[in-house]
Design a protein around this ligand. Structure first.
Ligand SMILES: Nc1ncnc2c1ncn2[C@@H]1O[C@H](COP(=O)(O)OP(=O)(O)OP(=O)(O)O)[C@@H](O)[C@H]1O
Length: 290
């Protein structure tokens, strides 16, 4: 495989809000393709994405984004021209139509030629499947369609780096599948960082996954490696095992248990979710034991 220089690198990044360390000593490197960012509520995912999107700066550490330093004014300006960011709750001007809004984003992204800007608006709306709805007011669109407007806004100008904060939240299963396909296509030839609570998103889309918890990187590697953390630790049983770190009832009425298996356990193949839960619950269990 051809060696690719990392497109995003962070080293020793700290972010503090008063006495809270929202990120502590985060070091990461991302190449092309889709990287998933998993972590429980409050883990620091949005804080990390905002830093990469140049929406905020860290209290300590160094950054390299697309070969530039976004902590300098010149670097920040160039990085901003080359990235697309879909925040968690993008505020849309409610009276704009989808087309008017995307055209406006084109102005903000400095596409000054009116014809070129309109062509670009048509292109991105087509790419997210909103051509037929482009003249509807955003406030009249469904939540899933609004998410697509947000994604269209993020890809105006064909950015090399895409930062997507929980883009699949609130979508129905069909829309989620569509969105995943879109993001997978966008990941070809680009660097995409996708924060999500859905391990299925990671399984379907990502070549790499980063797990954040309490502001620290708990794992970075392939989704398969994350699943393998739980190899030999997941078993199926007729009841919830009291000794398991995590256990839940499955759709077929049996229980899936994660932890140290009892001697007579029937081991099952671990999933990414198992690896993720073991990582988080294992951390909690050792914190509790300390
Ligand atoms: N502006 C702020 N002022 C003070 N604390 C903040 C601020 N923004 C975030 N935090 C805190 O920093 C921590 C990390 O928050 P962040 O939003 O990055 O987490 P997250 O992983 O994105 O969570 P979620 O999955 O719920 O979106 C949380 O404890 C949060 O309460």
């Amino acid at each position: 495989m051809e060696h690719q220089a990392p497109r995003v690198e962070l080293s020793g990044v700290d972010v503090r809000y008063g006495r809270l360390n929202a990120l502590s000593d985060v070091s990461l490197s991302l190449g092309q393709g889709v990287t998933g960012l998993l972590g429980p509520n409050g883990a620091g995912k949005t804080t990390l994405l905002r830093i990469l999107a140049t929406a905020s700066t860290p209290d300590a550490g160094t950054l390299r984004v697309l070969g530039l330093d976004p902590l300098t004014a010149a670097g920040r300006q160039t990085v901003r021209r080359r990235l697309g960011y879909l925040p968690q709750n993008p505020g849309f001007p409610p009276h704009f139509t989808a087309f008017e809004f995307i055209d406006y984003v084109g102005i903000l992204k400095e596409i000054s030629d009116r014809g070129a800007r309109r062509d670009e608006a048509r292109r991105v709306l087509e790419e997210v499947g909103l051509t037929a709805d482009r003249s509807k007011r955003i406030r009249k669109l469904s939540g899933g369609m609004r998410q697509r407007v947000g994604l269209a806004a993020a890809i105006v100008g064909n950015p090399e780096l895409l930062i997507l904060d929980e883009p699949t939240v609130g979508l129905d299963p069909e829309q989620r599948l569509r969105f995943r396909e879109l993001i997978a296509e966008l990941g070809e030839g680009r660097t995409v960082l996708l924060s999500t609570h859905q391990t299925e998103d990671v399984a379907a889309l990502c070549h790499k996954v980063v797990v954040l918890d309490h502001g620290g990187v708990k794992f970075q590697g392939s989704p398969q490696e994350l699943a393998l953390l739980a190899q030999g630790r997941v078993w199926s049983s007729g009841e919830r095992a009291s000794t398991a770190l995590a256990a839940w009832r499955t759709g077929v009425g049996t229980f899936r248990n994660i932890g140290v298996p009892p001697a007579d356990a029937t081991l099952v193949e671990p999933t990414i979710e198992d690896g993720y839960l073991l990582l988080l619950d294992g951390a909690k269990a050792s914190a509790g034991a300390a």
